[in-house]
Design a protein around this ligand. Sequence first.
Ligand SMILES: *Cc1c(COP(=O)(O)O)cnc(C)c1O
Length: 369
Amino acid sequence: MGRVYNFSAGPAVLPEPVLKRAAEEMLDYGGSGMSVMEMSHRSKDFEAILDAAEADLRDLMGIPGNYRVLFLQGGGSTQFAMVPMNLMRNRTADYIVTGQWSKKAAAEARLFGSVNVAASSEAQNFSCVPSFSSLAISPEADYVYLCQNETVHGTTIRQLPDTKGKPLVADVSSMFLSEPVDVAQYGLLYAGVQKNAGPAGVTVVIIRDELIREDVLPGTPTMLRYKTHADARSLYNTPPCYIIYICGLVFRWIKETGGLAAMKERNERKAALLYDFLDNSRLFRGTVRKQDRSLMNVPFVTGDPATRREQSASALDAKFVAEAEAAGLRNLKGHRSVGGMRASLYNAMPYEGVAALVEFMARFEKENV
Ligand SMILES: *Cc1c(COP(=O)(O)O)cnc(C)c1O
């Protein structure tokens, strides 16, 4: 069987040229006579891979010289603790809660200090981004935290809040490298790469120099200090070498296909195709307020909630997912916490994949309305 269209939220589709290149280099990387998997992380070959990955990422994102790039382990979830352990000197932080991931991050931060929820869309079931116009930033807050693209609910924060001079910390996991970004607006941003930039196993942290400090919370383990990894250039211990290598190939692929501006244009075209269909469908509808819709994760449901019974709607959702699966459109089931469907349209999802999905949805609609 050939390749399917994989709409998974993560781990997710990777660019085919990257997978092919990795396959070609599997047994013998660049004449070294070994796979990248078999290399010492202290070898010249691997150091060149790491240096190139960082250089390409800096180039792609225009990362200013006063920011460090760290390739860490432990997933996005470990950052939920590392951020407060390293930055919460006054034991206070402000969190903007727009979905499951920022809610989890806020809960983890409460282990270390006092967390003010400066804004939340929980009362709206996380179907929108709250207004930041009267954001109550605590004078003693060490930082302001948000998740810029909530993967489960499909919302994106388009306009960053005014943090009144506090460092902004952002989880950008599911929108990493999907569009141009002004790194200077953030104190720290991070991304688990398995959403849009590589296989599971690396979290990229981009952090402003002055936030890398010795005076972290007492008891912070060596491995959980940003300074440890910044001082050792991500080689304090054995990093996930192979994943870094694949990320490097993805960074190179993005550069070769036009960079972040071109990515954004393609991502907007793909998302527009699906959202336009949803907005005109008699069966399907999106679940997010229009201006807050994510280009990356598109949640949707069948039916009109006012006229259908929950039971039959979820049965219809299940039927849709099963038939789509059989048609080679994979991983469209919504997150287990919210149900319905979700199509993730990351960088590596081709326009043709979204077109195939929309065509399938139109056919399903005809057969089921
Ligand atoms: C997936 C995800 C996480 C959690 O990542 P893990 O690597 O599984 O810990 C955190 N934040 C966002 C926005 C995510 O999409």
